[in-house]
Design a protein around this ligand. Structure first.
Ligand SMILES: Nc1ncnc2c1ncn2[C@@H]1O[C@H](COP(=O)(O)OP(=O)(O)O)[C@@H](O)[C@H]1O
Ligand SMILES: Cc1cn([C@H]2C[C@H](O)[C@@H](COP(=O)(O)O)O2)c(=O)[nH]c1=O
Length: 214
């Protein structure tokens, strides 16, 4: 039975790596799929993981209709057994509904990957619809960690090194530059430190010797 599965977690927990692995494993068994992504950090028509893997993907735009995409491939004689959908938080609720319809009416497996909540802890509309419609929501096993060592559950955005809680919902960016002056960065935090607006840099700055206080 085909399924719509939403693999979710914070930024930097291995979602794109798993997406590439899923595609590899299904393709290795002779199944044919399409890999989609939207606004990957590596650029248009790409899917990339911080482990160094990178591959071609079909870029999802506002006007992408997944039903039409799959129908067009099948009309050209190409089988479509599964879809891998990365950065699915950026898809619209209507696009998520198209994915569910593909599962139910054509038996296509859909493996979607994305973060659930934005830097304000609010659900992305696409992620919310996935949680509502998915057969299963799988939280990734690999835990990304807050600077304090606790499991990271939330995504923080920094602008010029300072954590912010206002701004556009979508700003493509990366973790690792959060304490630097690079204009927009991200850092994963546990809820306690997200609520306290305490990034690693803030915690260090609050002690005279630069040590971090939990
Ligand atoms: N140099 C490294 N060595 C081992 N693992 C790494 C390295 N760099 C990144 N990773 C792993 O890759 C994960 C991020 O993978 P990625 O697929 O880019 O995440 P996501 O798509 O969830 O943002 C990290 O949590 C870490 O486990
Ligand atoms: C929290 C948050 C993230 N984003 C962007 C930043 C990245 O480009 C992607 C997440 O990619 P990853 O592979 O999971 O690291 O989402 C955003 O636009 N808005 C946010 O609030």
């Amino acid at each position: 039975m085909a399924e719509l599965v939403f693999f979710s977690g914070t930024m930097d927990c291995g979602k794109s790596t798993l997406a590439l692995q899923m595609d590899h494993n299904h393709a290795a068994r002779g199944r044919t799929g399409i890999v989609f992504s939207r606004d990957d950090r590596a650029g248009v028509d790409r899917i990339s993981s911080r482990l160094g893997l990178e591959s071609a993907a079909r870029e999802v735009g506002d006007d992408t209709d997944f039903w039409d995409e799959v129908a067009a491939d099948r009309a050209r004689g190409r089988a479509v057994d599964y879809l891998v959908c990365d950065e699915a938080q950026f898809y619209s609720p209507e696009q998520v509904e198209q994915l569910a319809r593909l599962v139910d009416e054509t038996g296509t497996d859909v493996f979607a990957f994305g973060i659930t909540a934005d830097f304000r802890t609010r659900l992305f509309p696409g992620a919310a619809r996935l949680i509502e419609l998915a057969d299963r929501v799988e939280v990734l096993q690999v835990q990304s960690l807050c600077w304090c060592g606790a499991r990271a559950t939330h995504n923080a955005r920094t602008v010029d090194g300072r954590m912010v809680v206002e701004g556009a919902q979508v700003v493509v960016g990366d973790t690792g530059a959060a304490g630097s002056a690079a204009s927009v960065g991200y850092e994963v935090l546990c809820r306690r430190h997200h609520m306290r607006r305490m990034t690693e840099a803030t915690a260090r700055a609050s002690t005279s010797d630069g040590a971090v206080l939990i």
